[in-house]
Write a protein that binds this ligand. Sequence first.
Ligand code: TRP
Length: 456
Amino acid sequence: MIASENRGNWGSRLGFILAAAGSAVGLGNIWGFPMQVGKGGGAIFVLLYLVCVFVICFPIMIAELALGRSSGKSPIEAFAVTKPRSGWWLVGTMGVLAGVGILSFYAVIAGWTLAYVWFTATGAVVGTSAEIGAFFGAFVADGNKNVVLSLAVLVITAAILLGGVQKGIERAAKFMMPALFGLLILLGLRALTLPGASEGLAYYLKPDWNEISNPQVINAALGQAFFSLSLGMGAMITYGSYLSKQTNAVTSAVWVASLDTAVALLAGFIIFPAGFSIMGFDPSTSGPGLIFAVLPQLFATLPGGQLFGTFFFVLLALAALTSTISLLEVPTSALVDRGWPRKKAVLVLTASITALAIPSVLSQGAVASLSSLPGLGMDFLTLMATVWNNWALPIGGFLISIFVGWVWGADKAVAELTTEGAHFPFAKGWVFLIKYVCPLAILFIIIMTARGFFAG
Ligand code: TRP
């Protein structure tokens, strides 16, 4: 089925790759990945992450794209039309909820990047490591400012979404991706040539094998992989539904996964050498403030650092926006496919997500009970991130792999992916992964984590 005029379509294969990569590349790569590497013990996390990306998540990305393109529908309807008179549409519904949940905390962090554009441009973040850290702490604890910033992120996202799929998303991504990539390489080169960078490099690349069987670390790596690639909640089903039959979905998936992984790895090549060199980084303290502490100090070592820094945070904010767009597009397309006018869907969703974002905004020091939830020992934003990333997305991915591999049928998916004579060189391997490896591996990780969680 060809997507109708009203639903919109990608302008070109490049446009699709850029938009999907724009969805994937975001705060997850540049803010989340280094933080998780720091929490997860360095190189061992990197290794586990890469295994999750290529063995578990990449096959699921292909599965989501195939399901979206074949049905031409948003997640709920995609399951419903592919397997009518069954309960599978619930998986789509869970994905829609995940989109709302993730966006509610994602907007908060995206708001921080907006503020840092301003802080860097005006030279507000300067001083010793301790001063820069304290600056971040005081800033995120300012509830009023952060409510406004999160709202700004959500309003901009809504405005772009109202502009329609092609014009809004493709245009933003076409400029942003290459610029971001170039700047990251430049910053990486600078970080690697700092005195003492090798210590950070060793932390980043030399695994401590004792951690390899720690279920918490494995679960975090899996959650991070799903989150970073925008998988497990139907974002790629939705993007696949705007894909024309002439576009090779498999090749596009290779591009998107590679770009996403390259950006995350690059971020690590910046943060760890710079972190160890400039501020004697202590990984055990890794948290949401990591990049906001390290990067301003790295910019300070560059000629014209203020300008570079400002440009960097502009690009990071744009990368975050191409991701918030995809997060909002999933629930929006679900409502549009149910007959809602696009405008009404966007407005109702934006208002609800804003309300849901408020506890996350206030959980960074503004309100004590939200900043350290009684009995859980974590703040509300971290709780949201854990529930959605580490649990909801992998469970969604598990169900999607069962659905595509067994219910719809891997052979039908392969037929969809090879229409118009498209090349799918490793189809047999993919079938094996999606039917057996993905569901079993995810199930195993989830059970291990749950056991650890309930045991202590
Ligand atoms: N992948 C994005 C990032 O790394 C976040 C994101 C956008 C996302 N859309 C998504 C995560 C859909 C899960 C599902 O920043």
